[in-house]
Design a protein around this ligand. Structure first.
Ligand SMILES: *Cc1c(COP(=O)(O)O)cnc(C)c1O
Length: 389
């Protein structure tokens, strides 16, 4: 039989997360690779989901999402960011942020259109762009003064006559960077000048630390009208398995995304939607506690990794930390990631797989800290064996 997979998807194998999680299970290692929390979200929210199922919310909900969740998302955007989105026509519930990203790219890109993405990128972006038959134009985030950032000139140079959209993820996975207003302004300027659509992935909007502030790109001048703003309950409420996300966009853009979404999945699971609507309204204190707890976990892991001899880049948001492996005497993160279970009984993610220019990410490893304190402590104790004294 000839190769069954279409050409445009052949560069995509199993995701690195699946591969590394499998390695962790096979070797009995501590898994600081895949970014899922090992504790549950707010108990009352979980109860709401059970109640929704027992209460009979088990058939197709409306295509755009249950009205309670659309209203709650709209109120949440207003309350946190001063952004007004009409729950009828400007809010769409999706199967996680992942479906929202794919539907957005499929909705706005013709085959051959170009999409600017910052590398290292979240892995689903490249697949969504490929599915659309579009072409990715990477702009590299480079370390400067202890954080990953981009050169505005390089960003501007990435835009050409076929550029249609820019995909922006802040707080950024996998680097932990939270874009500053100045950085966002550079992106906004380009979008306005070149008439680009901005697709923003804001799933870590509530997971920012110290004095970092999450600023939605849509709040910048001239941006609301051209931005497809995406978020999800998975990271904010520690329910990555619920796959409940949403899109906010002005009506013409929202309608475009919904046109695609309705034929990917038609609608999204009903019971979670009521529970998430409740959480967006009532669990603000839980989210604040979660953020404080994660900041302490970040500090714990950062200190441990420094002690083990890694060069550590302290993240301003998300639940990931990037480390430079060169001080330990290694130079290839992929090689070290494959050997780390045997060397230390820990699994991490080689950052280079998120680049079109892997050499630029070759010496970084990503560790997740959304884990119980004792898990982080044990991982750190094991990693100390890497130390070169
Ligand atoms: C986890 C994650 C997603 C996926 O969100 P879901 O709601 O689970 O689909 C999207 N983007 C980034 C950057 C993520 O880390």
């Amino acid at each position: 039989m000839t190769e069954p997979l279409v050409r445009r998807m052949r560069e995509f194998g199993p995701t690195v997360f699946a591969t590394m999680t499998k390695l962790a299970v096979e070797t009995g290692s501590i898994n600081l690779g895949q970014g899922f929390p090992d504790t549950d979200g707010p108990p009352r929210m979980l109860d709401r989901a059970v109640e929704a199922i027992r209460g009979g919310l088990n058939q197709y909900p409306p295509g755009p999402g249950v009205p309670e969740l659309r209203q709650a998302v709209s109120d949440h955007r207003k309350q946190w960011y001063g952004l007004a989105y009409d729950p009828d026509g400007e809010v769409l519930v999706t199967v996680g942020a992942t479906e929202a990203i794919a539907a957005a790219v499929l909705a706005v890109c013709e085959p051959g259109d170009e999409v600017i993405v910052f590398e290292p990128f979240y892995d689903s972006y490249t697949a969504a762009v490929a599915l659309a038959g579009a072409v990715r134009r990477p702009v590299t985030l480079r370390v400067d003064a202890g954080r990953f950032t981009f050169d505005p000139a390089e960003l501007a140079a990435a835009a050409g006559p076929r550029t249609r959209a820019v995909l922006v993820n802040s707080p950024h996975n996998p680097t932990g960077t939270v874009f500053t207003r100045e950085e966002l302004e550079a992106i906004a300027r380009l979008c306005r000048e070149r008439d680009l659509v901005a697709i923003t992935d804001e799933v870590y909007e509530h997971l920012v630390f110290d004095d970092a502030e999450h600023i939605p790109l849509a709040t910048l001048p001239g941006m609301r009208e051209r931005t497809i703003m995406i978020s999800s309950a998975g990271k904010s409420f520690s329910v990555t398995g619920w796959k409940t996300g949403w899109v906010c966009a002005p009506e013409p853009l929202l309608r475009a995304v919904q046109t695609v979404k309705q034929f990917l999945t038609f609608t999204s699971s009903a019971p979670w939607q009521l529970a998430v609507a409740y959480a967006l309204r009532e669990e603000t204190a839980w989210v604040a506690g979660q953020r404080a707890g994660l900041q302490a976990k970040r500090d714990r892991l950062v200190a441990g990794l420094e002690e083990a001899g890694f060069g550590v880049l302290r993240p301003a948001g998300t639940y990931f930390v990037q480390t430079d492996i060169r001080p330990l005497g290694f130079d290839d993160g992929l090689d070290l990631a494959m050997r780390l279970p045997e060397l230390a009984g820990v699994v991490a993610i080689p950052t280079q797989v998120f680049y079109d220019h892997p050499s630029r990410g070759r010496h970084y490893l990503r560790f997740a800290f959304c884990k119980r304190d004792e898990v982080i402590e044990e991982a750190v104790a094991r990693l100390r064996s890497l130390r070169r004294d």
